[in-house]
Design a protein around this ligand. Structure first.
Ligand code: ZN
Length: 403
């Protein structure tokens, strides 16, 4: 290495999360060279650099990646949560103006700046659990202007915190009240107006659809995927959460990055995902909060070598959790993942679910210097103990959060 590094991290015990068994093994203390935001080398030998940071034998992992959130929204659904526990049926709550449409109303009323600012405490929760990249979906605006406002508010988070934000258009999240009884007309609006505008303005890299009996059917989902493909956007799906419609196989057929939720996924869907290398994103927070009983087919996903990611699904209705390591714990306790699988789920596999599998989610020369430094000795601790802060610091693109 001829050029001098910007930074070197010394005395780092690294869990690289590279493929294979060694990726989950804690290394001997070593040095990590960083130049222009990228890892240049990992070595036992001294590395020449302008600045040196002594990790004091702390554990260094790739920065964690929350690859599925609805971080941007306005309002609160705490009252609805309380009413449900007082025995008020969901239909009654919906009639009183509760449910997802209450979030849509509040989000439409909020300004872009208000949306960004109200999301910061939730983002800070994720950051405290080691997150350096977060995906944020639209889907509470459901009009061209409100969806664009949400995507801009999400991108603006990068100006307030050291974080990388990836935005996904989820205009096909719910049917807006103006289109009641006219789902096909709304899908036409999404495909002909919203997707082209979002693509043109470069406001999102992917398009997502809630493919479900209470969302959009398979045919409508395919129309959205087709429009996304025509406009050069990548594809993700909320699929097989409450029933098996075949949305995951459809996502795979469109070479989708990930199919998410997938509690009701069958073997044909698993095989389709394996062929397309589509990531299975598990969302144990929603499973827990909804008291679901149908578990995702973990054993089939293992057999067919489908990469599994884990995300918070952070949202006000079904997964009010701003804590990614808590989700790792739930993935182990509720779904039976191993701590290694759960750590891969928030690093290398989460990177793949966002289309960054070759640049993020591993500590490796040539990868982005997005790193988390921890007061942790064994990597199983991330999935094990919860609630006690143990993040020492993070680097995003080679820049320290705080030292
Ligand atoms: Zn979601």
């Amino acid at each position: 290495m001829s050029a001098i590094c910007d930074h070197v991290l010394t005395n780092a015990k690294v869990v690289t999360m590279q493929p294979g068994e060694a990726g989950y093994t804690v290394s001997q203390p070593c040095n990590i060279g960083i130049r222009e935001g990228v890892i240049t080398e990992i070595s036992a030998k001294a590395i020449e650099a302008h600045q040196q940071f002594d990790c004091q034998g702390k554990l260094v992992t790739p920065g964690f990646i929350d690859c599925h959130t609805h971080l941007i929204f306005a309002g609160s659904r705490a009252d609805e949560f309380e009413k449900r526990l007082q025995g008020v049926p969901y239909q009654e709550i919906a009639k009183q103006g509760g449910g997802i449409l209450s979030t849509v109303r509040a989000t439409r009323l909020a300004s872009e700046q208000q949306l960004t600012e109200s999301a910061l405490p939730r983002l800070d929760g994720l950051i405290r659990t080691g997150v350096t990249s977060v995906e944020v979906k639209s889907g509470y605006g459901l009009t061209l202007n409100d969806e664009i406002k949400m995507l801009r508010a999400a991108k603006a988070l990068e100006a307030h915190r050291k974080i990388r934000v990836t935005t996904t258009l989820l205009a096909a999240h719910a049917l807006p009240p103006e289109f009641a009884g006219r789902a096909d007309d709304y899908i036409a609006h999404v495909c002909e107006t919203i997707i082209p505008m979002v693509a043109e303005e470069n406001l999102a890299t992917s398009v997502d659809v809630f493919c479900e009996s209470i969302g959009f059917n398979l045919e409508q989902t395919e129309r959205v995927f087709e429009a996304a493909k025509q406009h050069g956007l990548q594809i993700k799906g909320h699929t097989e959460q409450l029933s098996n419609l075949g949305g995951s196989a459809l996502t795979a057929r469109y070479a989708g990055l990930s199919a998410d939720h997938i509690e009701y996924l069958d073997e044909a869907g698993v095989k389709a995902m394996a062929r397309a290398n589509t990531v299975a994103t598990l969302l144990p927070g929603a499973f827990y909060f909804l008291k679901e009983t149908q578990r995702p087919p973990i054993e089939l996903l293992r057999q067919h070598k489908v990469p599994m990611a884990i995300a918070t699904d952070l949202n006000p209705g079904t997964s009010p959790f701003a804590d990614l390591t808590m989700m790792m714990n739930m993935a182990c306790t509720l779904f039976g993942l191993t701590p290694e699988e759960s750590l891969r789920g928030v690093t290398c596999h989460a990177a793949q679910a966002l289309g960054y599998g070759n640049t993020r989610g591993q500590v490796q020369a040539g990868f982005d210097a997005d790193l988390a430094i921890w007061d942790v000795t064994h990597p199983a601790e991330f999935s094990y103990f919860q609630g006690a802060p143990r993040l020492a610091t993070r680097l995003v693109a080679g820049e320290f959060d705080h030292v």
